[in-house]
Design a protein. Structure first.
Length: 203
């Protein structure tokens, strides 16, 4: 039998000013969030800069974003600043440069956790990433900027006062953001029992 299939995706082009503007405001519970998306890149160059996947921007000193970074080109990072102080920063050692592949990215944040490494987790294709070139975890019970900044979400670039900056080129599908909820990677996908490939489920 055929498994669940995601019906549609959004295409983003860094040469365009188009992006998705998600309804914003501060989150209900600022210490927890979950973000999931299926994503396929179409441009891998340092000149393209940081490819924003999801972001909130109040100012350069107060922001939070998930993106493919250009330092080095191809890593995935989550970066947050509060009053110009870096409060959370995860940068993978692994590079994600395959323009033929769909990646499933899940970030789960929960600063109520006592262990620092449990306060921010990244999964790619159902497997937790544990090797980071930079690993600055948020303080216990602190707020995530993705939850606290009272601005609209930018999907595919920054929004609000920095609208259109750091655009992404590629495709995204089944974008899910859970406000104030620390979910599980298995809320969004499962390993196929025959092939072992990570695949989407109906969320």
């Amino acid at each position: 039998p055929q498994g669940y299939q995601v019906a549609n995706s959004c295409r983003f082009n860094s040469g365009s000013s188009d992006y998705l503007n998600g309804s914003g405001g501060a989150g209900s519970t600022k210490t927890k969030f979950t973000f999931s998306t299926w994503i396929k890149r179409s441009e891998i160059t340092a000149a393209a800069g940081d490819d924003i996947i999801l972001a909130k921007w109040s100012s350069a000193a107060d922001r939070g974003h998930i993106n493919f970074s250009d330092t080095p080109t191809g890593v995935i990072q989550l970066f947050e600043k509060v009053s110009n102080t870096v409060t959370a920063h995860l940068v993978t050692n692994r590079l994600f440069r395959d323009v033929s592949a769909w990646y499933h990215i899940v970030y789960i944040g929960d600063t109520t956790q006592g262990t620092a490494a449990n306060r921010l987790k990244l999964y790619v294709n159902g497997v937790q990433e544990t090797s980071f070139s930079t690993a600055t975890y948020p303080n216990q019970d602190s707020n995530f900027q993705l939850q606290a900044v009272a601005k609209n979400f930018g999907i595919g670039s920054f929004a609000a006062d920095n609208a259109g900056a750091s655009p992404f080129s590629g495709y995204m599908a089944e974008i899910v953001y859970l406000d104030g909820v620390a979910g599980s990677v298995t809320d969004f996908g499962e390993f196929d029992e025959d092939s072992g490939i990570w695949k989407p489920i109906d969320v």
